[in-house]
Design a protein around this ligand. Structure first.
Ligand code: FAD
Length: 290
C-alpha cells in the first residue's frame, strides 16, 4: 500500500525504521529483530540505505521481505549522491518488480574527505523528479526541525524542502529531535511556507550516551540536559534504559496530546527499548493494544 493512502485513511499512523546489518553480519539478524518488532504492529517499516549505497542489495532484500513475507508496507530509502541515473533506475526497477510502492528519496551525506561526490544528482529534489517522471512510487523526503547542517538559514532549508514537495514528494519525515518545541516550531514554519503534505515526526531513543552524542553531532541536533541526565543513568550493559524509556514516552505522549497523528520511531534495531516505549506510551492505547 502507498504510505500516502495509509496517512489518508488511518486516524493514527505508527511506523518504525530499521537498518541493514553490516555486509559481514548474517542478514538473519535483522529478520530476527523484525520478527520481534512486529509485535508493535507498525503500519510501515522503513529500511535505510547505507552511505554511498554500501547496503544497496541488503536494503532491497530486506524491503522485499518486509513487504512480501511479513506483509507489512515497506519504505525503501534511496540516496542519489554519487550515483548515475542508470544505477538509480536499476534499483527503482528492482523495487518496483518486488511490489514495493514507497521510496524515501534522499541525497545522502557528503563524503568527509571533500572529494567531489556528484555524478548525475546534486540534491534530493532531482531524485524526486527523476522518480516521479518514470515510476509510480509514493515518495517521502527528509525534513530538519533544527535545520539541515549545511543550510545557511532555516528559510533557505524550507525553500529547498518546498522544492522537493513541488517535484512530487508525498510526505515528509523529520530528522530526530529530542525537544518537541523544535518540532512544533518547524511544523508552523512548514505550514507558513505553504507546504501541505503530511509531516511525520521522527523519534529516537538511546540507551548509551555515546550513541546519542554521535548521532546528535552528525545531525547537529540539540541534546537537552534532561535527556543527557537520563541517558547518563543507563547501565550500558542493559538493553533497556528506564530513564530514557520514560523520556521518550513523555515526548511521544506530548506530541499525541497536542494533536499529532503520526509517529515514526527510529529503532536503531533495538528491540526491548522500543517495545517498552510503545507499550508504555499512548501509542498502544490509541491503537487499542492496551
Ligand atoms: P537535500 O534535500 O538535497 O538537502 C541537502 C542540503 O542541500 C540541505 O542543506 C538543503 O537545504 C540544501 N539544498 C537542497 N536543494 C538545494 C538547492 N537547489 N540549492 C542549494 N541548496 C540546496 N542518509 C543515508 O545515507 N541513508 C539513509 O537511509 C538516510 N535516511 C534518512 C531518513 C531521514 C528521515 C532523514 C531526515 C535523513 C536520512 N539520511 C539518510 C540522511 C540524509 O541523507 C542527510 O541528511 C543528507 O545530508 C541530506 O539529505 P536530503 O535528502 O535531506 O538532501
Amino acid at each position: 500500500m502507498k504510505i500516502i493512502d495509509i496517512l489518508k485513511n488511518k486516524d493514527f499512523v505508527f511506523s518504525i525504521e530499521v537498518f541493514p546489518p553490516k555486509p559481514d553480519t548474517d542478514i538473519q539478524v535483522i529478520y530476527d529483530t523484525i520478527e520481534q518488532l512486529k509485535e508493535i504492529k507498525p503500519d510501515f517499516i522503513s529500511v535505510t540505505y547505507g552511505a554511498g549505497g554500501s547496503t544497496r542489495t541488503r536494503t532491497v532484500e530486506i524491503a522485499d521481505k518486509i513487504q512480501n513475507y511479513y506483509n507489512i508496507t515497506a519504505l525503501a530509502h534511496l540516496t542519489c549522491i554519487g550515483s548515475s541515473k542508470e544505477d538509480i533506475a536499476r534499483i527503482l526497477d528492482e523495487l518496483q518488480d518486488k511490489g514495493i510502492e514507497n521510496i524515501m528519496a534522499l541525497r545522502g551525506d557528503l563524503p568527509k574527505d571533500n572529494s567531489n561526490p556528484y555524478k548525475d544528482f546534486r540534491y534530493a529534489c532531482e531524485l524526486v523528479k527523476f522518480i516521479k517522471d518514470r515510476w509510480d512510487f509514493c515518495i517521502g523526503v527528509a525534513g530538519y526541525p533544527e535545520k539541515h547542517p549545511e543550510a545557511e538559514t532555516m528559510e533557505s532549508d524550507l525553500e529547498h524542502l518546498k522544492e522537493k514537495v513541488e517535484a512530487g514528494a508525498d510526505f515528509i519525515t523529520t530528522q530526530l529531535f529530542l525537544d518537541n518545541n523544535h518540532f512544533f516550531r518547524y511544523l508552523r514554519l512548514v505550514q507558513e511556507k505553504g507546504i501541505k503534505v503530511p509531516v511525520i515526526p521522527g523519534i529516537m531513543t538511546a540507551t548509551k550516551l555515546i550513541n546519542i552524542e554521535r548521532m546528535a553531532n552528525l545531525c547537529k541536533v540539540e541534546i537537552p540536559e534532561r535527556f543527557k541526565n537520563a541517558v547518563s543513568s543507563c547501565d550500558i550493559n542493559s538493553p533497556v534504559c528506564e530513564e530514557t524509556v520514560k523520556y521518550t514516552v513523555g515526548q511521544i505522549n506530548h506530541l499525541i496530546k497536542n494533536g499529532i497523528k503520526a509517529i515514526h520511531l527510529y529503532t536503531m534495531n533495538k528491540i526491548e527499548q522500543n517495545k517498552r516505549i510503545y507499550f508504555e506510551s499512548k501509542l498502544a492505547e490509541i491503537r487499542k493494544d492496551k
